[in-house]
Structure formats: C-alpha cells, structure tokens
Design a protein around this ligand. Structure first.
Ligand code: BES
Ligand code: MN
Ligand code: ZN
Length: 500
C-alpha cells in the first residue's frame, strides 16, 4: 500500500472512499465531516438526528455519494468520547475504517488525520498513528492460502486542509510506515509455522534486516556456542534435530560512544513442545509462537535501521526448538551456563529462562550495560494480567520506569511486578547453584528472577509477553494471530534513550 500526504479539500478527492469522523454526542459536524455533510445535502446531520450515527467508538457508517461529490463513498468513523481520545484510538480507528472499506472492495482511500483538528493531538504523532494503524489493521498472513483474501487497498492519501502542517505530516507518516512495517515483519515471523520458522530461518530474517540497514550480523552455530560455554542453551537444543542458532545483530548509531549501548534480547524458541515434560495438546497448539520475543527484537532493528537513533543497539536471539528427542535433556540434569552458574533442570518446559540465561550472560560479556529481554516466558503472567498488558520486571527502577513509559506511550501497556530477593528462595537447588523453576506461587516473578541470575551489573528489564504476543480475535489494529508486541516499545525506547 502506498501512503501519500497532501494538503487540500478531502471532499474533492477522486478516490473510492473518504474517511471522516465524529466524536460521540456531536450533533452538528464541523471540519471535513461538515464539508462532506454539506456536499451530501445534509445526509450526515440527518443520520445523526435519526440516531443511526452516534459517534460511538467502533461505529462505521458507509454512505454512497451517488455523484454528489468526487469520492464514491464517505465513511463516518465514530471516535467515541472525546475525553477518552488518544493516539492509540487513532490507530484503532484508522485500522477499523480501512478494514471496513477493504471489505467493501474500495481500493483507493483518502482520510483525514483523526485527532489533528478537534481532537487536539499533536499533528505529527496523529499522522504517524494513522499510518501505523492502517498498516497494522490491514495486515493479513496469507502465505499459505491458495485463494487470495480479496482486494487490497492500494493507496491511502492523508489529506489535511492546513498546508503549514504538511512537513509534520510527512515526517509522521514516514515514521509510522517504518514502524508499521517492522511490526508486520515481526507478525510474519511469529505467524509462520514452526516447520518453516526454524532457528536457521530466523537467522535469515535477521540477515535481511542487517542487509537493509547496513548492520553487522553474527550467527553462532552449535560448536561456537559450546566453545563459549553456553550449556543452558545447548541443553534445551539437544532434544531437537534442528540446529540452534545464536543470532547477534548490531546497529552502530553512536559509534564514537561505546558506553551508549542497549541490548535487546528475545526468546527464540521456534517450537516449545515442553521437552520431556511434554505439554498437553491444548498447551502446545500455539507454541510455534514461542519465538515472538526473538522476532520482536529482530523486527525492532528493522525500524531502527530506518529511523537511525543516536545509540548503539545489539539484538540477541538464542534460537532453538524445545523437543523431546532421544538426546533431550532430562528432569534432574544439571547444566552450566556461560557465566559458570549451574542449573538443575527441574522442568524441561521452563526452557525460555535457560536460553535467555546464556543470552544475558553473553550480553554482559560483550560490555552491554542496559538490557531489555522479551519472552513468552510463563503461563503465570497470563493468569496475572491476561492479554491486556505486558508484565515488566527489573533491577533498576529508573530504567524499568523508562521501559514501562516507552511502552505505555505507544499503547503497548505494561505493568510492573515485584522482584523482591525473598522470591529467590523458591528456586534453590539441593545440588546446583539454582534450579530452573520456582514452584507454584509467583511463577512469572521467579521466571524473571532466574533470568536475572545471569546478569552481571547491567540495568535489566524483563518483559513477559506470554499473554500479549497473540490475539485470539480481530480488534482495533490487531488481527487474529501474532500481535507484534513489543516492537513499538523497543523502537520508542531506542528513540527516548538516544535523546538523553
Ligand atoms: N512458552 C511457555 C510459556 C507460555 C505459556 C507462552 C502460554 C505462551 C502462552 C514456557 O516455556 C513454559 O512452558 N512455561 C512454563 C514454566 C513452568 C514449567 C515453570 C509455564 O508457564 O507453565
Ligand atoms: Mn516451555
Ligand atoms: Zn516456552
């Protein structure tokens, strides 16, 4: 889809449809909605009077213009209550209105910038959100469909009456485009079945990002991991025939300043059967998506390569399957991670923390002082927070606040859970330094703390996306399947840290 920006009168555009909007409770529309109403001889006002248009959130009213104006149709999108209006709602409205028009077979759309006028939002941010929401909302994963899913919207024109705003709009749209494409790149990876999205294929996607963005890529294979002593990761990998990969992707945005570095680490379990502690069918059905954290850090690098923040960023993905093959690790086995710590395997299904143990130790070994790890780590976080927000954990309150704020700013909500030292008693082992599980209580916290055991002095935040990485329904800018969280958070964080 091509996205253009122009200044002019939206009612004069020769397109399949235009999108205008209405806040809940408004009875005489102004701005572009008012202009469309006049061109339609008051049709919108009449529908408001009759109660068909209320401006409610999610309401979409499609009106045929029957040659009264250049656009073939006018879609009036309800914005909901003005007091609840924000950039995340702009994304959702853009997504839903374009999906509605696509369903009607419309291929060229012009839209106003929701929020830039009556909504009082920052114009650049609003334009970015329209572009982002549209790209996210129109996403389809149809690689394996023999018949296509119908027509696509080929062209979106963002129209603004005030010509002074054009350069802000263009900047916003360029950023929205880069970020939206990156989120969909993440979704593509996480939606691929596990027979296609192997650790090797993940490294191919990372190579694509490296080539596009002029970044350095290093992919360690099994002997190299063994050389480095990554026994925790290799223990997980040994039950699978599929070769593991340790992916390191480096963006040098501030090469003169090696201290200014952020590490973004993602769990890359391309399929989690549970290992010998095998999952039941219901628990295993979505486990192709257990590499969503890894996908998100690779995808964030795609946007970072385009937006070029002044900061050095290293993405690290320990990628492997967790399978119950004949060589699989057993409950009771002891493995040694790269930093020398030994781990008793209490449950082979607690594999994410094992692969991340070596990733965190590796990140510290190359001098990274700020780490964010992203993982579909625990069922427990789904119990605690459901699919509405990401669980955040950290060892440095300022850095944790920065990550949580970066997420909340872009509509990827996060909620911090505690990491009190007292919880560490739960994963004491009789024979090794620690074991890999912490019992029934506070499962997402002990999972986080076990990863933190392999940190050496870095400010560290762990994001548990087990509840948020997939959506079970089409809603707003999310479609069914991978959501692409927290790509937008990671990109925003990079941007925010680059400023300081
Ligand atoms: N990948 C799962 C966690 C998960 C669950 C992700 C549901 C997405 C949806 C993880 O590897 C796992 O199996 N965790 C176990 C840990 C337990 C054995 C300590 C869990 O949460 O049950
Ligand atoms: Mn598991
Ligand atoms: Zn897992």
């Amino acid at each position: 889809m091509e996205i253009k920006v122009l200044s002019g009168d939206i009612t004069q555009q020769s397109v399949g449809a235009i999108v205008v909007n209405l806040f809940e409770g408004v009875t005489s529309p102004g701005g572009a909605t008012g202009a469309a109403d006049r061109a339609l001889d008051g049709a919108i006002t009449k529908l408001i009077e009759e109660g068909e248009i209320k401006g409610k959130r999610g309401e979409m009213t499609l009106i045929h213009t029957l040659d009264k104006m250049a656009p073939g149709r006018v879609l009036v999108a309800g914005l909901g209550k003005e007091k609840d209006f924000d950039l995340d709602r702009v994304r959702a409205v853009a997504a839903e209105s374009c999906r509605r028009l696509r369903r009607a077979g419309v291929q060229t759309v012009a839209t106003i910038v929701h929020g830039a006028g009556a909504g009082g939002l920052d114009v650049r941010g609003a334009a970015q959100s329209v572009a982002e929401g549209t790209i996210l909302g129109l996403y389809r994963f149809d690689n394996y469909k023999s018949n296509d899913g119908g027509t696509d919207i080929a062209e979106l024109t963002i129209v603004e009456a005030n010509a002074d705003m054009l350069s802000d709009l263009e900047a916003g749209v360029a950023e929205g485009r880069a970020i939206g494409d990156a989120v969909n790149f993440c979704r593509d990876m996480a939606n691929e079945p596990a027979n296609a999205m192997t650790p090797s294929e993940m490294s191919e996607r990372a190579l694509q990002v490296a080539n596009e963005g002029g970044m350095e890529l290093e992919v360690l294979d099994k002997p190299q991991m063994a050389e480095l002593g990554m026994g925790a990761l290799l223990g997980v990998a040994q039950g699978s025939e599929e070769p593991p990969k340790f992916i390191i992707l480096k963006y040098a945005g501030d090469p003169g300043n090696p201290e200014n570095t952020l590490g973004i680490l993602g769990k890359g379990i391309t399929f989690d059967s549970g290992g010998l502690d095998i999952k039941g069918a219901a628990g295993m059905s979505t486990m192709k998506g257990d590499m969503a954290g890894g996908a998100s850090v690779i995808a964030a690098m795609k946007a970072i390569g385009q937006l070029k923040p002044k900061i050095n960023i290293t993405a690290i993905v320990p990628a492997t399957e967790n399978m119950p093959g004949g060589r699989a690790q057993r409950p009771g086995d002891v493995v040694r991670a790269m930093n020398g710590k030994t781990i008793e395997i209490d449950n082979t299904d607690a594999e994410g923390r094992l692969v991340l143990a070596d990733a965190v130790a590796y990140a510290c070994s190359i001098g990274i002082k700020r780490i964010v790890d992203v993982a579909t780590l625990t069922g427990a976080v789904v119990v605690a927070l459901g699919d509405k927000c990401i669980g955040a954990f950290g060892n440095d309150q300022d850095f944790t606040d920065a990550v949580v704020a970066a997420g909340n700013e872009v509509g990827e909500r996060m909620w911090q859970l505690p990491t009190y030292d007292d919880y560490k008693d739960q994963y004491k082992s009789d024979i090794a330094d620690i074991k890999n599980t912490g019992g029934r209580g506070a499962g997402s916290i002990t999972g986080a703390l076990i990863i933190g055991e392999f940190n050496d002095g870095a400010s560290w935040v762990h994001l548990d996306i087990a509840g948020t990485a997939r959506s079970s329904a089409v809603k707003g800018y999310n479609i069914k399947g991978a959501t692409g969280v927290p790509v937008r958070t990671l990109v925003n964080l990079a941007k925010q840290l680059a400023k300081t």
